[in-house]
Structure formats: structure tokens, C-alpha cells
Ligand binder design. Structure first.
Ligand code: NAP
Length: 477
């Protein structure tokens, strides 16, 4: 039998998850000189790019330009995209092992972490990930509803996702109308009666997870004043010592930006965005109908752990914040994939530098790999996934050299495609995506917007002339 990776038998790789990591991995695989490689990229979503399309905020178009590089990868004749094909449902691990020499999982972190407090599941309390998916036009969330008729909303957490959510809630209609926000979200947010948006950090300003361009942008919104309490950004002795010791320029700048906000007087804009520190929600309280009406907060102080990290410690000082809408934005979490070893406490695939490990022997599982957030957890910017994917791909080629690859029973590219056509006849190819992209951009041009997104799979199929659009009344739900 000829060796995989030779001209007679190309190395056939399935990549599961078409976010940036999947493309970075495909690129690194296809660029490798001296080895014949073919990559099939699968995603449960009909469209590629994962969170770049469905997570990056609609008012951050520049970040999305990273997809130009992905288009170049997709133009390689050795690359195929199978969108709308779900691993574990349409295709099993056994199916992939029968058709590929290597399988790489880059499924990201598809769910949210919980706060673990009473009232978390009251009506009006949502994971930020759901709101983000909704305003970005994720097909699974096009019928989500958020009560924007309330006056106050709180976002728990001070990472960049929390900042995105707070910013979208604070933007004026005119600002949102220039973006590629989903039409249903534009309409709903245009009618929003929210006047105050709270961002709640459990530690102090020196520990805030948001980055400086993001917090700076919050001070430049057309329709919202920013408010920070001077007493909450005054550094406690432990934080001061840590900042003075590290002299970390980004942290110093972050504190300077926040101190500037504390000195500002409100300009009388329609909304106020309040950034709070050293507070943790301990309970969400509902009314008789089960809707959240207020949040109980405890004030925190910081303690040093043995490693030197500063952690919040609750005091006995409480306060109440009347809020009708709560978004928890306390981090993403990876979802286990059927048949793939998973580390439950970390929320990642059990792996060593990207090689999936057998949970019993802790030895690599031949032919299975992970990259991106499902490998290391939900941290870093988009570009962080490039070296991460490259590390995994390096392991894949090392294993190939040692002959440690799956010996699939049906390695021909045509056999994999035939299986997809049988299991998911409505799958989307990259050519389909390019056509949809053209239509979205053309629809946007008419409204002076970057694009007007399709948010329903039926509409995407109809636009491609592949089946009639289902009338709204007959849709799921
Ligand atoms: P993140 O950066 O890890 O932030 C999570 C936030 O939740 C932190 O403020 C954390 O506080 C807080 N938190 C965790 N558990 C909590 C609890 N029980 N109660 C209260 N607060 C709690 O996560 P993320 O915002 O989801 O972002 C994920 C990654 O995507 C990050 O690397 C982020 O930078 C990136 N991202 C980047 C952009 C951009 O570049 N514009 C946009 C979106 C996302 P502690 O620090 O105290 O734990």
C-alpha cells in the first residue's frame, strides 16, 4: 500500500470547524512542501468563518477583513468546504476515520460559562453568547427574543465580549444602521428603551480583561455617556504594588483611560454606560411572573493567592441594582464532541500540543488532533489561533513521518463527497458561499451597509435556487 502523503496517495485530512483556526490549519497543511495533502473542511453552519461572521461585533468590520486570507486558502483546488454538515449528527467519528488519514477538530468554544447564582435562569437573564449570535444573524438564533422595553440592562463580566454587548446596547440606531448587524436585531434595537447599561467587573480596573482599544471606544459613542466611579478605580495596595512591579504598559494605559472617564461630566446623551468594579452578582430577583427585576450585588476586596494572582473576596456589604435585562459574559466553554476525549474541568479536548489523548493511557489517539479554543480554551485574539494551529499541524506531519496515521478503508476524495451527498444533500460548498456573499454584499450596497445578512438556511437555499423559501408561518418554532 502506498504511504499517505505521497503523490500516489495524498494525505487526506478532515478539519471539523470552519472558524479562523480551521482555515489557519488548512493553510498550514496545504502549504507544506514535499507532501501531497487534501483538506476537507466541515462545519455545522452553512457559512464559513465561525465567530468572524457570527461573533465579531457588526461595528468592527475591520477585524472581519481577515477572511480575505481564508478565501485564498479556499481557492486551492485541494481544498473543499462542506457547510451545514454536523459532526456527531450527519457524520460520526467512525465515518471520518473510514475516509481520512487525519482528523483535526477546531470547533471552538460553543457555549457559555454560568455564574452559578440563584435566579440565573429567570426570564430576562441570558448568556451573552445568545445575544451575540442573535445580533450577528446566526441561523440557530434568528427567533431569539430579548426584552428591550426595560430601562436598565447589566452585563456581567468585563472581557471584550461583555464590552461588545454593552456597546451594541448603547449604540444609536444611526450607528447600528451603518453595520452588517442582522436586520431583525437592527429593528429591535432601534425600538430599545434601555437608558442605562451596566458593565460589572468582579475585580478592579488593573485586572479587567478588556483590551485598551475596546475600552477607549466605549468613551466615543455617539449616543451614550460613560460613567466610572472614582472610588472604584482607585487602586488598592495589592493592585498598586502589582502594577508598579510589572510596569505593564497596557495595564498602565488601561488605568489611565478609566481615570479619564472618572473625571468626565455627563454630556447629556440619551444613554449612560456605567462601568463598575469590585462587585459580584449574588442573586437575580424576579417578579411574580418570573421576570428579572433586580440584581443583588456584593462588594468585593482583593486577596493575593499563593501564586500572586489577585482574587475577589466578598465582603458583607451588599447593594441592589434594579435591572430588567441581564447578560452573563463570564467566558465561553468548549462542548464535548461525540467519541472525542474531553477534559470536563477545562472544557477542552484532552490533548497534548494538539494531539488528542486517550483518557486511560494518556497516549495519543492515532490520527486525531485539536486546535484553537477547543484545544487551549477561549483566550486570545483571532491571530492567536494561527501559531496554535501551526503547532498542531507540525505534530500531524511528525506523526505522518512516523507512519502514525489512520488507515482509512475508503480514502478516495469522491467517497467522502458521496457520503456527504447521501447524509446531507443540502450541504453548502465554498462556491455556494461565494455566491451568497455576493448577494449579501449587493443587498448591503443598496442600503450603504457592508452587507445584509441571510439569517435563515431556507433563505440561503432559496437564494441559490436550490429550493423554495418556506413561508414564515411554516418555519420551525
Ligand atoms: P474573557 O476575556 O476571559 O473575560 C471574561 C470576564 O468574565 C472576565 O472579566 C472575568 O473576570 C469575568 N468572570 C468570569 N467568571 C465570573 C464570575 N463568576 N462572576 C463575574 N465575572 C466573572 O472572556 P470573553 O470576554 O468571553 O472573551 C473571550 C476571548 O475573545 C478573549 O480572549 C477576548 O479578548 C476575545 N475577544 C476579543 C475581541 C476583540 O478583540 N475586539 C472581541 C471579543 C472577544 P476575572 O478576570 O475576574 O476572571
Amino acid at each position: 500500500m502506498p504511504r499517505a502523503g505521497t503523490v500516489e496517495q495524498p494525505l487526506r485530512v478532515a478539519v471539523v470547524g470552519a472558524g479562523p483556526t480551521g482555515f489557519y490549519a488548512a493553510d498550514a497543511l496545504l502549504r507544506r512542501e514535499g507532501v501531497a495533502v487534501e483538506v476537507d473542511l466541515y462545519d455545522r453552519l452553512p457559512t464559513p468563518y465561525g465567530l468572524v461572521r457570527l461573533g465579531v461585533a457588526p461595528d468592527h468590520q475591520k477585524i472581519k477583513s481577515v477572511t480575505a486570507a481564508f478565501d485564498k486558502v479556499a481557492a486551492d483546488p485541494r481544498f473543499r468546504f462542506f457547510g451545514g454538515v454536523e459532526f456527531g449528527k450527519d457524520l460520526t467519528l467512525g465515518d471520518l476515520r473510514a475516509h481520512y488519514h487525519q482528523i483535526l477538530f477546531s470547533t471552538g468554544a460553543q457555549t457559555d460559562r454560568r455564574m452559578g447564582i440563584p435566579g440565573e435562569d429567570l426570564a430576562g437573564s441570558h448568556p451573552a453568547t445568545e445575544f451575540v449570535a442573535w445580533y450577528n444573524g446566526h441561523p440557530d438564533y434568528d427567533d431569539s427574543e430579548f426584552d428591550l422595553s426595560v430601562e436598565r440592562a447589566a452585563v456581567v463580566g468585563v472581557g471584550n465580549v461583555a464590552v461588545d454587548v454593552a456597546r451594541i446596547l448603547s449604540r444609536s440606531r444611526a450607528e447600528l444602521a451603518r453595520t452588517d448587524i442582522a436586520d431583525h436585531a437592527l429593528e429591535a434595537l432601534a425600538r430599545s428603551r434601555i437608558r442605562e447599561v451596566y458593565l460589572l467587573g468582579r475585580r478592579g480596573p488593573a485586572q479587567a480583561a478588556f483590551t485598551n482599544p475596546e475600552i477607549k471606544e466605549l468613551g466615543e459613542l455617539e449616543g451614550a455617556d460613560i460613567e466610572v466611579r472614582p472610588e472604584e478605580i482607585a487602586l488598592d495596595p495589592l493592585s498598586r504594588a502589582a502594577v508598579e512591579k510589572s510596569q505593564d504598559r497596557a495595564t498602565l494605559k488601561k488605568i489611565e483611560i478609566l481615570q479619564g472617564y472618572a473625571l468626565r461630566r455627563p454630556a447629556g446623551k440619551a444613554r449612560t454606560l456605567v462601568v463598575r468594579f469590585l462587585v459580584s452578582p449574588v442573586e437575580l430577583v424576579g417578579d411574580a411572573t418570573g421576570r428579572v427585576v433586580k440584581m443583588r450585588l456584593v462588594r468585593n476586596e482583593l486577596d493575593a493567592t499563593p501564586t500572586g494572582a489577585l482574587q475577589p473576596r466578598a465582603t458583607d456589604r451588599f447593594e441592589e441594582l434594579p435591572v430588567g435585562l441581564v447578560f452573563r459574559s463570564v467566558g465561553y466553554r468548549g462542548v464535548p464532541l461525540p467519541g472525542v476525549p474531553f477534559n470536563e474541568s477545562w472544557g477542552v479536548i484532552l490533548n497534548d500540543r494538539g494531539r488528542v489523548l486517550d483518557p486511560d493511557t494518556k497516549e495519543p489517539v492515532v490520527g486525531e488532533y485539536a486546535a484553537g479554543w477547543i484545544k487551549r480554551g477561549p483566550t486570545g485574539v483571532i491571530g492567536t489561533n494561527k501559531p496554535d494551529a501551526a503547532e498542531t499541524v507540525q505534530c500531524m506531519f511528525e506523526d505522518l513521518e512516523q507512519g502514525r496515521v489512520i488507515q482509512p478503508s475508503q480514502p478516495a476524495a469522491a467517497a467522502a463527497e458521496a457520503l456527504v451527498r447521501q447524509r446531507k444533500p443540502t450541504f453548502f460548498s465554498y462556491a455556494d458561499w461565494l455566491r451568497l456573499n455576493e448577494i449579501e454584499v449587493a443587498r448591503g450596497r443598496a442600503q450603504r451597509r457592508p452587507r445584509v445578512k441571510f439569517t435563515r438556511v431556507e433563505d440561503m437555499l432559496a437564494a441559490l435556487g436550490r429550493c423554495a423559501s418556506v413561508p414564515a408561518a411554516h418555519r420551525r418554532g
